[in-house]
Design a protein around this ligand. Structure first.
Ligand code: SDX
Length: 429
């Protein structure tokens, strides 16, 4: 294969180097395009054809439905690893030894208290506030209580900021839920595992002991692994571009949380449940909603379906769908919503509109059904997505900073008014 691409612009030919990845993906390096062509740039709304970086963290093959973190398949990691191991793998590049994992967890536990003044911030929110807005605010506010987390120029300073957020973020997640429920904002128990501690902080009632259910612990651990990273998705790209200005890690993560909130992205898991509830309330008439999803004049979309990269089954959706059966079965939960979801999936996969557009269930289609079986409120589903994605965001931010990538600043093609003289107000119509 040639190692350059030729582009002819205004009658002139220009050669640009090809970049080839370890999985044989090829990119045209257009770093010098504008200077070589006297100002010509590319345009690619939504960056559907544009790579923002070279990254060694996560590999996706959308056609084959492949997802690997640092070379390990998502199927193996979901089955054999624990969430904190996967967090270490994503951030530092290798699966940890027991000693490395123990130290990592110890350093995280040492940071698992947040400043008491954070309570005053969360108290200022109305109970009706959406948890994602609260979480984004609290995450950014952490900077005020941990100013040393901003100018992290050494790997040691970066490590300190990383274990700080991994220790404090689960507390913020739990407090966000408990604020809505009017429950005391407590801490968990550092003698517990990472995910066990999250569950205890979220669900312990003030007047009784909290009993961990291994089915719930394992299900949440697996869900967090499945959400941990996904290369340059909307929220991760946001974390990277905010971090490229050398804004601190917590501010970059707060921006990522806000991007994830959108219903076209992580907010879809909440939208899926609301859609399924709507279909159930409407008598379970899935055909009506399929027709709405295909109607160009109807803004309704089949939430949890379709993906920018996967043009085959999202491998995470396959695992979550099976896990939903197992978890609900083991918990003895009968949820008609699961049957509606399966019916909808079957219909869509037999419908040419979806088949032709390669629209398959994505990670958000079944995850909410498991969260609901765990008694997690619907508007907390995307918060759980953020908890899972946290190590991926951190890994990508760290890679961007260690690679000393330039500040992200795309160009544009201006299509507005050409130069015109100022008009006095009495001359305007
Ligand atoms: C996540 O990028 C990631 O990696 C994200 C994520 C991660 O882990 O970070 O995987 C998590 O965000 C998963 C996606 C969650 N979002 C949803 O489930 C919302 C519903 N899905 C869609 O809105 C849509 O599929 C997107 C946003 C996910 C992808 O949109 P694209 O790639 O911009 O595709 P498109 O909107 O151009 O759609 C192509 C065609 C269009 O029809 P035509 O114009 O060709 O006739 O497919 C249609 C769309 O109308 N289409 C849908 C549809 N999704 C796409 N039609 C009905 N229902 C849908 N869900």
């Amino acid at each position: 294969m040639a190692n350059t691409a030729t582009l002819e612009v205004n009658g002139e030919k220009h050669e640009f180097p090809l970049v080839k990845g370890t999985e044989n993906e090829v990119g045209i390096d257009i770093k010098n395009l504008r200077s070589a062509t006297n100002g010509v740039v590319t345009i690619d709304p939504g960056y559907k054809n544009t790579g923002s970086c070279e990254s060694a963290i996560t590999f996706l093959d959308g056609e084959k439905g492949i997802l690997r973190y640092r070379g390990y398949s998502i199927e193996e990691l979901a089955e054999k690893a624990e969430f904190l191991e996967v967090a270490y793998l994503l951030i530092f590049g290798e699966l940890p030894t027991q000693e490395q994992l123990d130290k990592f967890h110890k350093d995280i536990k040492a940071q698992s208290v947040v400043d008491e003044d954070v309570r005053k911030i969360i108290d200022a929110f109305p109970k009706s506030a959406h948890p994602m807005g609260v979480l984004a605010s609290l995450t950014s506010a952490l900077t005020a209580f941990n100013p040393s987390s901003v100018n992290v120029n050494s790997e040691e300073d970066m490590y300190k900021a990383i274990v700080k957020i991994l220790g404090k973020f689960p507390v913020l997640v739990a407090w966000t839920l408990r604020k809505k429920q009017g429950l005391p904002l407590d801490y968990g128990d550092n003698s517990l595992g990472y995910v066990e501690n999250v569950l205890k902080m979220m669900f312990k009632q003030p007047n009784c002991e909290y009993e961990l259910d291994p089915i719930v612990v394992n299900a949440l651990d697996k869900l967090l692994i499945l959400h941990a990273d996904h290369e340059q998705n909307c929220s991760t790209s946001t974390v990277r571009i905010v971090g490229s200005s050398h804004a601190g890690l917590f501010a970059s993560l707060s921006a990522g949380i806000s991007a994830l909130w959108g219903p076209l992205h992580g907010g879809a898991n909440q939208a899926v449940l609301e859609m399924l509830e709507g279909i159930k309330a409407d008598g379970g008439d899935t055909k009506k909603y399929m027709a709405k999803a295909k109607d160009k004049d109807d803004p309704f979309r089949l939430m949890g379906f379709g993906h920018r990269v996967y043009k085959n089954f999202d491998p995470r959706a396959k695992i979550i769908k099976k896990s939903a059966d197992d978890v609900l079965g083991n918990l003895g939960v009968e949820d008609p919503i699961l049957d509606i979801a399966k019916g909808l999936e079957k219909e869509a996969l037999e419908d040419s509109y979806f088949v032709d557009r390669k629209l398959y269930p994505n990670v958000d289609f079944y995850s909410g059904i498991i969260y609901r079986a765990m008694n997690i409120p619907t508007d907390m589903f995307t918060v759980m997505f953020a908890l899972g994605r946290l190590p991926g965001w951190i890994a990508q931010w760290r890679e961007m900073r260690l690679n000393q990538e330039p500040i992200g600043r795309p160009r544009q093609i201006y299509t507005g008014e050409t130069h015109r003289p100022f008009k006095a107000i009495d001359k305007r119509s």
